[in-house]
Write a protein that binds this ligand. Structure first.
Ligand code: HEM
Length: 227
């Protein structure tokens, strides 16, 4: 296949297909099956490994997600921060640490779901595909941090303009075509995950239960004989 067509497919057609599917299907699913709009907790089924897997994963993934958003929306602030080498090192090492925390949590989530019979039963094929995609995404992210350092700077200077060119419906892929294969893999996988998002438990990210912050505390009581 013609290389330039292949690049157009991966970095223009695929992103638009993914974004289109994301917006259409998240709205459709919310309206058609709002009760499925969650990541049903499995804590009642297993509560020992749950904490050590789900909590580190979320601390890691939330910081990494916010980091990506800052680089997309206020790239200049990152470039300004990184203009001093010490601050660049601090940012890079922190990003790597949170990436590793995400990876450790995610491996814990997968092991917990694979080895606990009760949890395996409530894990769907879609969950397994999602976990495989997230694992590949996080492993490639951590590998990039190790093999292609200073990502916080080159993301803000090269990938942010590419992403904005997509959002502004005026795609310019010159910024990405010269990137190393690992970076391209991470970008393609990220768009695939965006497209797959509405079909998975990831929809819970869109319905953060904010009222939990101010509602009255709730006491849960179990009735019946202790088994
Ligand atoms: C925006 C804030 C977020 C909140 C409040 C939140 C909350 C939750 C909750 C309550 C669960 C169920 C945990 C349980 O089993 O008890 C969960 C599971 C999960 N979340 Fe999030 N989450 C957030 C962001 C994210 C993000 C950004 C990702 C990115 C990939 C993510 C991926 C997952 C996955 C994969 C699970 C399933 C873990 C499992 O049960 O094995 N979450 N989340």
């Amino acid at each position: 296949m013609d290389k330039s067509f292949f690049d157009q497919f991966l970095f223009v057609i695929l992103p638009y297909l993914s974004l289109f599917t994301f917006f259409l299907m998240t709205v459709y699913r919310y309206r058609a099956q709002s009760f499925s709009y969650s990541s049903l907790s499995s804590q009642f089924l297993e509560n020992e490994h749950h904490f050590w897997a789900v909590v580190p994963f979320h601390y890691g993934v939330l910081v990494i997600t916010v980091g990506h958003l800052v680089a997309i929306f206020i790239p200049r602030s990152i470039l300004l921060w990184n203009s001093h080498p010490l601050r660049l090192y601090i940012l890079e090492i922190s990003a790597l640490a949170f990436g590793l925390l995400t990876l450790i949590g995610l491996v814990g989530i997968v092991i917990r779901r694979a080895t606990t019979t009760r949890i395996r039963k409530v894990t769907s094929p879609t969950d397994w595909i999602l976990f495989a995609m997230l694992l590949a995404l996080v492993v490639s992210g951590v590998a990039m941090a190790l093999l292609h350092p200073w990502g916080s700077s080159w993301f803000a200077s090269n990938l942010t303009p590419y992403l904005w060119s997509i959002f502004k419906l005026n795609p310019d892929i010159t910024y990405v075509t010269s990137m190393p294969a690992l970076v391209k893999f991470h970008i393609v996988l990220a768009f695939l995950t965006v497209g797959f998002f509405p079909f998975t438990r990831l929809v819970h990210i869109l319905v953060i239960p904010n009222p939990y912050l101010w509602r009255k505390p709730q006491v849960v009581r179990w009735y019946g004989k202790k088994q």
